[in-house]
Design a protein around this ligand. Structure first.
Ligand SMILES: Cc1cc2nc3c(=O)[nH]c(=O)nc-3n(C[C@H](O)[C@H](O)[C@H](O)COP(=O)(O)OP(=O)(O)OC[C@H]3O[C@@H](n4cnc5c(N)ncnc54)[C@H](O)[C@@H]3O)c2cc1C
Length: 571
């Protein structure tokens, strides 16, 4: 099958905060270049940046500093973050927020004196989270999308990237193979520089928060192209996902952290509090501690009708809860729960992947011409991401990538011939489910969710991880021989389900393998058989490639050593 072919100087995969910032910055730096944004959904309407509720971390206040934001990020990440990446995050976040407000047209909430309002978020030593009510992501994405529409930037919407294709000599990136989801035709876009910004997304877990278009496609493509991924065992769970039964997408969506912050209680199926037995801060402990305690209670069988736990707010006064948490009260009511005066079923939910493609501070990767930014990249957050550092990450590094790609294309870039063999093999892999006998994709997805939730989730051990790897191998083999029972291509959602599962299984294996390799517990990764955190001075991160071998690479403490602080030095 011969794909249609287009050429573009710069090709951006994904239209979240990272992809759209990259497009705007590349266009500003070199307006003469052709730029294409290709996205699985509709530009501005998909991905997780739009779902950001809480806000954006940035050191703006006089009493705050980038050093303080940096130390919170490093300590929150349990000394695993790459310190140069983290430094870039905190320093450039200041520029990006100014750009969002003054050039791109965002209105963030303000104090009576006109300064930007910044609220408290967990794990931070200063209230530095900029926001627009609790709809910050919509404000950012609407303004970014308008600005992209207003410029000469090409759009390929409902185009799903399926393979990063290298040059015939394998020395650089040649372009990307897509399926035009509306017709089912293959499209190959040749480009001088390509940005991977498809946003990760741990949707392989039974309960998860990210948008349905996210299925780790970028990470799976990166692995096949020969890139290495770091910190893949670090998957963040948010403690309070709504649990409204298996047949609604509302299950897994986040009930905000502020509920616990305001004094909400978590109760077992027996309607008694359990958190005080796990941590002195009880419900106000950090996300990892609360999620672990909840998972332990669930394992003991102390559960609600749907197999989760309860959150209870009524003791704070129903009127107060209705007033302070209007959106959450309405969301719960939509699912038949009374948050203000009754009990709501909740469960920890997979929220964010700290792991991703290994990259340098200018967003380059080990493949010349291929760049990465946002949630597809690894190393900024280490073992844990602070709430509010996610959208900062995608906008900061999206902008860096846009600038770097414009410079790269202007200096070195030229279109190269793609490897015909890679292109053919990629199409062949996508064609398999159209030919094979119909199977039960739903059952395969359930198996994947069970394996990842039970054995590669919040509490792990060697036995469970080893079993999970065997189950993932079996799942992979079963998927390869499973068809979708139709050769129709146009908007064939079963075909895309199959492709989603293929990416999720490949990336799940990297999570399980790195989780098995890391023999200590820190941040989001908890091993029951290695419950202690090993010496911070010898911290190492996991690095995995397509062959599945994991290497431990030492963290370079380029700015501050464990036990020290930039704040003391700055004082
Ligand atoms: C419910 C929720 C609340 C959150 N709240 C906060 C918060 O308050 N503060 C914070 O800092 N962070 C928050 N986050 C995290 C934050 O949303 C992400 O860290 C960040 O927005 C990721 O940006 P991104 O550009 O990398 O990816 P996204 O914004 O997810 O964009 C990815 C893009 O890639 C596209 N794509 C995917 N696969 C393909 C493919 N194969 N081909 C083409 N395109 C593809 C998608 O359609 C999408 O356009 C939240 C996340 C969720 C889920």
């Amino acid at each position: 099958m011969v794909p249609q072919t287009h050429d573009s100087d710069i090709l951006i995969l994904g239209a979240g905060g990272a992809g759209l910032f990259a497009a705007l910055h590349a266009h500003k730096a070199a307006p003469e270049l052709s730029i294409t944004v290709a996205v699985k959904g509709l530009l501005g309407k998909c991905g997780c940046t739009r779902m950001v509720q809480g806000g954006y971390n940035v050191a703006l206040a006089k009493e705050d500093s980038v050093e303080r934001h940096f130390m919170d990020t490093i300590e929150g990440g349990k000394w695993l973050p790459d310190q140069e990446l983290a430094w870039k995050l905190v320093t450039l976040a200041v520029e990006r927020v100014r750009e969002l407000e003054n050039e791109l047209g965002c209105f963030f909430d303000r104090n009576p004196d006109g300064t930007v309002h910044q609220k408290a978020f967990a794990g931070q030593s200063f209230d530095r989270t900029v926001h627009k009510g609790d709809l910050t992501g919509i404000e950012i994405m609407n303004r970014l999308a308008e600005q992209v529409w207003a410029r000469r930037i090409q759009r390929l919407e409902e185009h799903r990237a399926v393979e990063l294709v290298r040059s015939a000599d394998g020395a650089s990136i040649a372009g990307v193979l897509f399926i035009d989801m509306r017709t089912g035709d293959y499209v190959f876009v040749r480009a001088k520089a390509v940005l991977l910004a498809t946003g990760g997304g741990p949707t392989m877990y039974r309960y998860h928060t990210p948008s349905g278009d996210k299925s780790c496609d970028g990470l799976a493509m990166a692995l096949r192209a020969g890139l290495r991924l770091r910190d893949m065992e670090m998957v963040q769970f948010h403690p309070t996902g709504l649990l409204a039964g298996p047949h609604t997408r509302m299950t897994g969506t986040v009930l905000e952290e502020g509920l616990r912050g305001a004094g909400g209680f978590l109760l077992g199926g027996n309607k008694e509090r359990f958190m005080p037995a796990y941590d002195p801060k009880a419900e106000r402990a950090t996300r990892d501690i609360v999620s672990r305690a909840m998972f332990s209670e669930i394992r003991k069988g102390n559960t609600t009708p749907h197999g989760g736990l309860y959150i209870s707010m009524g003791h704070l006064g129903a009127d107060r809860v209705r007033q302070e948490f209007k959106g959450m009260v309405e969301r719960c009511a939509d699912c038949g729960f009374d948050l203000a005066a009754g009990l709501v079923e909740v469960v920890p939910t997979a929220h964010y992947m700290m792991g991703g493609v290994e990259f340098a501070a200018d967003c380059t990767t080990s493949i010349p011409g291929l760049f990465v930014a946002g949630e597809d990249s690894g190393g900024v957050h280490g073992a844990n991401r602070l709430g509010g550092n996610g959208v900062a990450n995608s906008t900061v590094f999206g902008a860096v990538a846009g600038d770097a790609m414009a410079a790269w294309v202007t200096k070195f870039g030229h279109l190269v011939e793609a490897s015909g063999a890679e292109l053919e093999a990629a199409i062949e892999r996508c064609e398999r489910p159209l030919r094979a006998a119909r199977g039960d994709l739903e059952a395969l997805r359930e198996k994947l969710h069970d394996t990842m939730w039970e054995r590669v989730g919040i509490i792990r051990d060697e036995q469970g991880l080893t079993r999970a790897l065997a189950e993932l191998d079996a799942l992979d083999a079963e998927l390869e021989s499973t068809g979708i029972g139709s050769s129709a291509r146009a908007f064939n959602l079963s075909w895309h389900d199959w492709l989603n599962l293929r990416s999720l299984v490949a990336v799940s294996r990297t999570i399980a393998r790195t989780a098995l390799a890391r023999q200590d517990s820190r941040g989001a990764h908890y091993r029951e058989d290695f419950a202690q955190t090993s010496a911070l001075e010898t911290s190492a991160y996991t690095s995995i490639g397509a062959n599945g071998e994991v290497t431990m690479k030492p963290v370079a403490f380029t700015r501050v050593l464990p036990g020290q602080s930039l704040l003391k030095h700055a004082a």
